[in-house]
Design a protein around this ligand. Sequence first.
Ligand SMILES: *[C@@H]1O[C@H](CO)[C@@H](O)[C@H](O)[C@H]1NC(C)=O
Ligand SMILES: *[C@@H]1O[C@H](CO)[C@@H](O)[C@H](O)[C@H]1NC(C)=O
Ligand SMILES: *[C@@H]1O[C@H](CO)[C@@H](O)[C@H](O)[C@H]1NC(C)=O
Ligand SMILES: *[C@@H]1O[C@H](CO)[C@@H](O)[C@H](O)[C@H]1NC(C)=O
Ligand SMILES: *[C@@H]1O[C@H](CO)[C@@H](O)[C@H](O)[C@H]1NC(C)=O
Ligand SMILES: *[C@@H]1O[C@H](CO)[C@@H](O)[C@H](O)[C@H]1NC(C)=O
Length: 334
Amino acid sequence: MAIIPLTPSSKFRTLLVLLMASLSMPSQAAPQASQLFQFTYPTSVENLFALPNGCLLLSTSANADLWYIDPEALYPAAQSVITLPGSIALSGFAALGDGLYAVTGSAPPKCGSESPMQVYVIKIGTEGDVNVTLDHTVAVPGTLSMDGMAALPEHPRTVLTADAIQGRILRVNTSDHSVSVAFEHAALKPGDGGNATAQGVKGLKIRDGYLYFTNSAQRTFGRFPINENGTNTSDVEILARLDGTPNSVSYGDFSFDRAGNAFVAVHPQSVHKITPEGAQSVFAGGVNSTFLEPTSVAVSNNGKSIYVSTAGIDSGFPITGGQVLRVQVEGTCT
Ligand SMILES: *[C@@H]1O[C@H](CO)[C@@H](O)[C@H](O)[C@H]1NC(C)=O
Ligand SMILES: *[C@@H]1O[C@H](CO)[C@@H](O)[C@H](O)[C@H]1NC(C)=O
Ligand SMILES: *[C@@H]1O[C@H](CO)[C@@H](O)[C@H](O)[C@H]1NC(C)=O
Ligand SMILES: *[C@@H]1O[C@H](CO)[C@@H](O)[C@H](O)[C@H]1NC(C)=O
Ligand SMILES: *[C@@H]1O[C@H](CO)[C@@H](O)[C@H](O)[C@H]1NC(C)=O
Ligand SMILES: *[C@@H]1O[C@H](CO)[C@@H](O)[C@H](O)[C@H]1NC(C)=O
């Protein structure tokens, strides 16, 4: 049984013992994880997105190439399908409808007024060979950080993006290029935990009228009720925390299955499952697993597996690039 309840009161030692105990169990009890592809160092996979045809889009930190991989191929291999101009790294994805998708990109901060952050709107055709074209680019001024992204269900050409430094949710209308602050909140900020490298709000998803988020620095998973335009209509509700784990353990991006369970990438080595009631467990990975710094999770369209992107390892030996992993969901005890 690989499901370990984490209660906020768990002591670090208890957690480690539990993690170790789970790893000493017979392998058939743990969800089966396999690596589909690994990039070469220094390419990290920042995020991934399951297209309607089952293939995955991958964004990386190493350049503005967008990658595509068929996870069902006999020997899955990522192929670069477009290089987006004016960025050096790509991150979050959102589906805008009609074959259009948004992906965030960032350039090094520049002097002057030019924004380093942008939202690319791309068109993806999957008849025959995949065909990705750049539709247009929306500059997002006034921020140095955009990561997770979610389209508003009632206005899917407008996306919310996560400003992890200023602790805000930005609203970007990809039709008229207008950018506004949907709201700002202490629960989205890096916090005063003293860890200068950890940032605030990371992943974003909208489900049933709520905007769900992870905060890497505050080590929280929570939600806000929002209106059709993405503005909060009430205060935050924190659903899960990483209390009782070392400070280096932090949440990355996440995805929901149909039942509303969140599968959350957790640095440095695992994927946690958080039920709609907020019960949290280690779902996959763990100490000495093949998971090298998970960054994000995508649930497959049929719900039978989750895909995990990782950053890879840039210190110690061996250094490695980021991975794309598959974990079987079906047949595991829940
Ligand atoms: C992880 O690997 C290290 C080094 O090989 C080993 O000492 C340790 O016991 C392993 N931990 C677990 C939980 O397997
Ligand atoms: C790719 O899509 C673009 C825009 O939809 C279209 O103009 C172009 O002909 C397509 N290319 C191929 C090879 O199908
Ligand atoms: C986005 O801009 C378009 C064009 O101006 C407008 O019709 C639409 O209402 C805007 N969407 C939102 C959510 O404000
Ligand atoms: C959403 O924005 C539109 C356009 O600005 C506005 O007309 C509408 O009243 C807003 N809806 C809510 C619930 O605030
Ligand atoms: C939305 O969040 C803001 C910022 O924290 C807060 O001041 C406001 O009260 C919230 N809105 C509602 C309707 O609760
Ligand atoms: C600070 O946060 C980063 C990113 O989450 C993490 O890699 C690092 O280990 C943390 N540092 C400390 C001292 O906890």
